[in-house]
Design a protein around this ligand. Structure first.
Ligand code: NAP
Length: 289
């Protein structure tokens, strides 16, 4: 039952209509016996003003998604070192100070290591995209000692990302280029890991994939950050070619669990959250059919 003592957490971003974070988070609170609720907040006007006002409304923590991950930094008293380097915050904790963190990096590396093995150093990773999630992946992969190639539709953005990673991570090996058929083919030949950090293949455009399946070798681990659908065309085709594959759902759940740990100091029930996430996506697919 919700009362005046119930702790309030939530998500800010745009659009939020299809977010499954409320289902994942609220299922975790129930399992953990927390008197807490998680809501989506649509921000009208300045996100900086909204974040500054949140603690006075009794909000204890927020997740942040596109397009606000960089802008919210202006509203924070402290920003954790990694989030500052990346320039993106996806978790805010309101306490004596308003603090920002990035749990996307840790979550994505944990998921990747579960499949590709703990030691990623010396591996070659091809990253498609240079937006918010690609930034987190690029920093994570470079920190793990991977050699990273970033290919992006807008070459200027991949060049900026490579420059940012190089300037913040000593010894980082990262290069960039425009995303084109030839660049893709050449980069895939040298890669052990391929990560799609673009929305290509996401609902409703589920028939799309940037990668021509014939380019894939079975030795490559293929990760798609998209979680709706849970298995994208890229992952389906990669599986058929014999590649190990990773969908975006676990990363979503891991970063949500890390958010709960930051807010409450308690470990979140990953299994419950994962099955709730799958259930929410099945419901979503059913509603669309
Ligand atoms: P974003 O900041 O908007 O960046 C999107 C990137 O994709 C940009 O580099 C953009 O290139 C590229 N792109 C967009 N449309 C493209 C197209 N038709 N062809 C080629 N490249 C295209 O988005 P984001 O936050 O990084 O999210 C990317 C994907 O990751 C989304 O599907 C999102 O749902 C998913 N994601 C998943 C998780 C998770 O926990 N699993 C977390 C975050 C994001 P330009 O620079 O040329 O525009």
């Amino acid at each position: 039952m919700l009362t005046s003592r119930t702790s309030i957490y939530g998500l800010i971003g745009h659009p939020l209509e299809h977010s499954i974070s409320p289902q994942i988070q609220n299922a975790a609170y129930t399992k953990m016996g927390l008197d807490a609720v998680y809501l989506c907040f649509r921000v009208r006007g300045s996100v900086v003003k909204a974040v500054r006002a949140a603690p006075s409304l009794g909000i204890s923590g927020l997740n942040v998604t596109i397009p606000y991950k960089s802008e919210v930094i202006k509203a924070l008293d402290v920003v954790d070192e990694l989030a500052r380097k990346i320039g993106a915050v996806n978790v805010i904790r309101f306490g004596d100070e308003t603090a920002g963190y990035n749990t996307d990096v840790g979550a994505s590396m944990r998921v990747l290591k579960e499949v590709a093995g703990d030691d990623l150093s010396g591996r070659s990773a091809l990253l498609l995209g240079a937006g918010g999630s690609a930034r987190a992946m690029a920093f994570g992969l470079a920190r793990e000692g991977c050699e990273v190639i970033v290919l992006n539709r807008t070459a200027r953005k991949s060049a900026t990302l490579a420059k940012d990673v190089s300037s913040h991570i000593p010894g980082a090996r990262i290069s960039s280029a425009a995303l084109g058929h030839r660049q893709l083919e050449q980069a895939i030949q040298r890669s052990d890991v391929l990560v799609n950090a673009t929305p290509v293949g996401m609902y409703p455009n589920v028939g799309q994939s940037i990668v021509d399946a014939a380019m894939l070798r079975p030795e490559i681990v293929v990760m798609d950050l998209i979680y709706n659908p849970p298995v994208t065309r890229l992952l389906r085709e990669a599986s058929k070619r014999g590649c190990k594959t990773i969908g975006g759902l676990k990363m979503l759940v891991y970063q949500a669990a890390d958010s709960i740990q930051i807010w409450t100091g308690k470990k979140a029930p990953i299994d419950i959250m994962l099955s709730e996430a799958k259930r929410a996506l099945r419901n979503f697919a059913f509603q669309q059919s």
